[in-house]
Design a protein around this ligand. Structure first.
Ligand code: ZN
Ligand code: ZN
Length: 373
């Protein structure tokens, strides 16, 4: 079938993207779903920093590629052998397919699925297939989703069914921002009631982490960002202390008076943010990093402090989530009012506004923008 999708053919275009237009709306051929695959009509897709990192070349991927990986939609057709889903089901797309059979999947750590990671690195669906093609030949899939599109064929291992009465633009957020942010707080950091928590970097993922920390019972909740607007939003969402990352005096005073926080969550994807998170963590505490800087970024770590102060530094991918367990769990929290992730939705875009949307994301001027094809 013919679909419309946003395709990237060159990385590293000059900004602003509203002028250079690296994402082009193209008519592509989408093949019918193969064995274990599902055709989904995409209802809504979020703009995420991981899309931006491919556009600007920080995280290179095989090109051309149809971008977009945080999405929800409705099942339109099933490939051979798909038994867990039916036509008309509402689904959230998850950006790491989990095969269910590798060592990591069987150990309950599908974020580390080996065939899933191989497929994402190669720009294919799980198992190696490619279902998109354009004028010049095959087009790669982004993280098994390619959701800036009218339709997508994805592995059934990339999908989680959700309740039909959940609005699909809200459901989309659960596939990346909520899994990554809330999961980092409740799975990776395993925040306990009464703990003090800092979140560094208040994009969609960081604010989701803040909501997750609050839902987990954090007593003191410290928000850190460069943007006064995002700090104001964090205060509305329950942050007890809002610190501007440029205000070195305020940060030093906080560390001096409190000794630091039990748990610091770095969600900005930048080494200075991770250094700050480490320094904001008290002795014996845990620093979690989920921000994902460019592959070559490295941190000079004071190992003596790590040892003598019994610190923990942990990476978190997809929030250490088991998507089929955690998407329904986090949606239940949302419905119960414990996780108001709808507050993260800051704008709804038309497909021709995608490039300008990534300019706003790059400038830190948006929380979560959603595109409707
Ligand atoms: Zn994402
Ligand atoms: Zn696996």
């Amino acid at each position: 079938m013919k679909i419309t999708a946003a395709v990237l053919r060159h990385m590293g275009a000059a900004q602003p993207y509203a002028q250079s237009r690296p994402l082009k709306l193209e008519t592509l051929d989408l093949a019918t779903p193969g064995r274990g695959e599902v055709l989904v009509r995409i209802a809504a897709a979020g703009l995420c920093h991981s899309d931006f990192s491919v556009i600007n070349g920080d995280r290179p991927r095989p090109l051309p590629m149809a971008l977009g990986h945080e999405a929800a939609g409705i099942v339109e057709a099933l490939g051979e052998g798909v038994t867990g889903l039916g036509v008309g089901d509402h689904v959230v797309l998850v950006f790491m397919p989990s095969c269910g059979a590798c060592d990591y999947c069987r150990a309950g750590r599908p974020a580390l699925c080996e065939p899933g990671a191989a497929a994402n690195g190669a720009g294919t669906l799980l198992g190696g297939s490619m279902r998109l093609s354009g004028a010049g030949g095959p087009v790669h899939h982004h993280l098994g989703c390619s959701a800036f599109a009218t339709h997508a064929v994805v592995s059934e291992c990339s999908l989680v069914r959700v309740d039909q009465d959940l609005p699909l633009d809200e459901a989309a957020l659960f596939g990346c921002a909520v899994l990554t942010g809330v999961g980092a707080a409740v799975n990776t950091a395993a925040i306990q009631p009464g703990q003090s928590v800092a979140v560094i970097g208040l994009g969609g993922v960081g604010l989701a982490a803040l909501l997750g920390a609050r839902a987990a019972g954090a007593a003191r909740l410290v928000a850190v960002d460069l943007s006064p607007d995002k700090l104001a939003l964090a205060a509305e969402l329950g942050a007890t202390d809002c610190l501007n990352a440029r205000d070195a005096d305020a940060l030093a005073a906080f560390i001096k008076t409190t000794g630091g926080v039990d748990v610091a969550l770095e969600m900005a994807g930048a080494i200075p943010a991770l250094e700050l998170a480490f320094n904001l963590t008290r002795r014996g505490g845990t620093t979690v990093t989920a921000g994902l800087p460019p592959p070559a970024a490295a941190l000079p770590l004071p190992i003596a402090r790590l040892v003598a102060e019994e610190r923990t530094l942990k990476g978190s991918y997809i929030g250490g989530c088991v998507p089929r367990r955690d998407v329904p769990r986090f949606i239940a929290w949302y419905r119960a009012g414990r996780l108001p992730v709808d507050r993260l939705l800051s704008a709804r875009l038309r497909p021709d506004e995608l490039n300008a949307g990534f300019d706003r994301l790059a400038a830190g001027a948006a929380v979560r923008q959603i595109v409707h094809f």
